[in-house]
Design a protein around this ligand. Structure first.
Ligand code: FMN
Ligand code: MN
Length: 485
């Protein structure tokens, strides 16, 4: 199942009673953020919100569209996120089909799914270009760009899809990198150094060239999710989105730069990021729950804005968890499990707790087969794409439910001898981490909370976990109704 555009998804949420319309005037300066924060912290994640009357703007603003487990699944055209993982698993498991890489797996998909192709295709016109504004007419001031937290450096576009191409090959990348509005025609470009957009820019800049960039708002929600997904560099997010929505993403050519953008986006901002230019970006109230401090980042200059005749402006806010982006993270956790298992078959399940904000914690359940297996697993994860950022990895045995934080705390603390079972590793750290001694470089902690074996130097007797015997349990089941409990 796919959505032609973001408003089709909003309509579905509305019909299902998942959307609240707010018609009262509300300010884009902090008020939308304060309202959304309270809603996102309601049990289960609260409703999606559509602000029809943002003070001073004609364009309505949608927020918290992805903000519950159910809506996140619906955004990807399923009822349960695990369905996608199961699809991927069956794709991998078909006889003779073991792909050597994630790229190969996606490229096999067209033969296995009932579609001609999942790769994007170019069409001659699209609703994202119903209105075209070029040069001086292209001004961001009509968009209800929100200021999220009191000490933020300015208003931010918080749900942008940043399109670039690799200079040497023309290979596309789409990443979600926040955009700080400096004025009507200039913004920051906060692609962090580890991310693909930043590499594309560095390669252009090394050749003394300005890089063309398109900032896209809207499109099928599967596409918005794909921009956040930790895909290997060589995977085009649009192919991945095509795989998720089981239908090719349609593209149109940009008006002023050599890039293609979704034909059915709400709004497209075309521009360039010049070689050699930097400007102070930030601070920004970030998804760590702290401000990320200001720093020098490249600058985006608008050359054109195109949009639907009646666009909706999509936004999110990040901040102290739980927030909407936690559900994007949960989608990644579920979708990428079978891919992690391609490399690490011992991983039975894992949990990236929302409070760990994607990169601070992974709780991993393994089937331990040999001494030191837990350490092998954590070091492998630290070598796997964006899992490299994981500040703390806890490895537990197969009888622990990693989705139950209480059980994890109990079993981990019971099982560890801290000096023996904690290891530290050096390496790259998420740019947003404020605790590491150097920017983006520091240490990570691994906790081996598995049962210890004699071969691991444990020569005492390891006790069994308490468990009532089955016969007594069934006797109690039978008497339960008579007990008045
Ligand atoms: C709401 C939200 C905001 C984000 N903001 C940024 C950002 O400002 N800079 C950044 O480098 N990554 C940011 N990310 C994370 C990237 O989108 C993510 O790492 C993605 O996988 C990068 O794609 P890439 O590998 O193609 O570069 C954000 C993610 C979300 C969900
Ligand atoms: Mn990418």
């Amino acid at each position: 199942m796919s959505y032609q555009h973001l408003q089709s998804f909003i309509d579905r949420l509305d019909r299902a009673g998942e959307l609240v319309h707010i018609r009262r005037p509300v300010s884009a300066h902090l008020e939308i953020s304060a309202i959304s924060d309270r809603v996102m912290k309601q049990p289960g994640g609260g409703s999606a919100l559509l602000f029809h009357n943002v003070t001073g703007y004609d364009v309505p603003l949608a927020i918290n569209l992805f903000g519950s487990r159910k809506r996140m699944a619906w955004a990807l055209g399923v009822d349960e996120l695990d369905e996608i993982g199961r699809d991927i698993k069956s794709l991998i498991k078909l006889p003779g089909n073991m792909p050597r890489s994630f790229g190969e797996m996606l490229s096999m998909a067209p033969h296995l799914l009932p579609l001609a192709s999942i790769g994007p295709k170019t069409v001659s016109k699209g609703m994202s270009q119903e209105v075209v504004k070029i040069g001086k007419d292209a001004n961001l001031d009509f968009l209800p760009i929100i200021t999220c937290w009191p000490d933020d450096g300015g208003p931010y576009i918080t749900l942008p899809l940043v399109f670039t191409k690799e200079a040497a090959t023309g290979k596309r990348n789409v990443g979600m990198y926040r955009i700080q509005k400096f004025d009507g025609q200039t913004t920051g470009m906060h692609w962090q150094r580890h991310k693909v957009g930043s590499r594309h820019f560095a390669e252009y800049e090394a050749a003394g060239r300005d890089i063309p960039v398109a900032v896209v708002l809207g499109g099928d929600p599967a596409l918005i999710y794909a921009a956040t997904a930790p895909l290997p560099d060589e995977i085009d997010e649009l192919v991945f989105a095509g795989f998720l929505r089981k239908k090719a993403v349609e593209l149109v050519k940009c008006k002023t730069i050599d890039l293609e953008v979704p034909a059915d986006a709400e709004i497209v901002i075309e521009g360039i990021v010049p070689a050699g230019e930097r400007r102070r970006e930030g601070p920004f109230g970030d998804h760590t729950g702290y401000y990320s401090l200001s720093d020098d980042y490249p600058v985006f200059h608008v050359t054109a804005i195109t949009h639907r005749a009646k666009p909706v402006f999509p936004a999110t806010i990040v901040g102290p968890p739980p927030m909407e982006d936690g559900w994007l993270g949960k989608a990644t956790e579920r979708i990428f499990l079978p891919l992690v298992q391609m490399v690490l078959p011992e991983v039975l399940d894992y949990n990236l707790p929302i409070e760990g904000v994607f990169h601070n914690m992974a709780i991993v359940k393994i089937r331990k087969r040999y001494p030191g297996h837990a350490y092998k697993t954590m070091h492998a994860l630290w070598g796997l794409g964006q899992m490299m950022f994981t500040k703390c990895i806890i490895v537990v045995d197969e009888d622990v439910d990693v989705q139950n934080p209480g059980e994890v705390v109990w079993r981990t603390l019971a099982n560890i001898d801290p000096q023996r079972d904690i290891t530290f590793a050096k390496g790259p750290v998420d740019v947003l981490d404020h605790a590491c001694p150097y920017p983006a470089f520091g240490t990570k902690m691994g906790i081996d909370a598995t049962r210890k074996w004699p071969e691991e130097g444990y020569d005492r007797e390891w006790p069994a976990v308490l468990k009532m015997s089955d016969d007594v349990k069934s006797r109690v089941d039978n008497m339960w109704k008579d007990l008045g409990l």
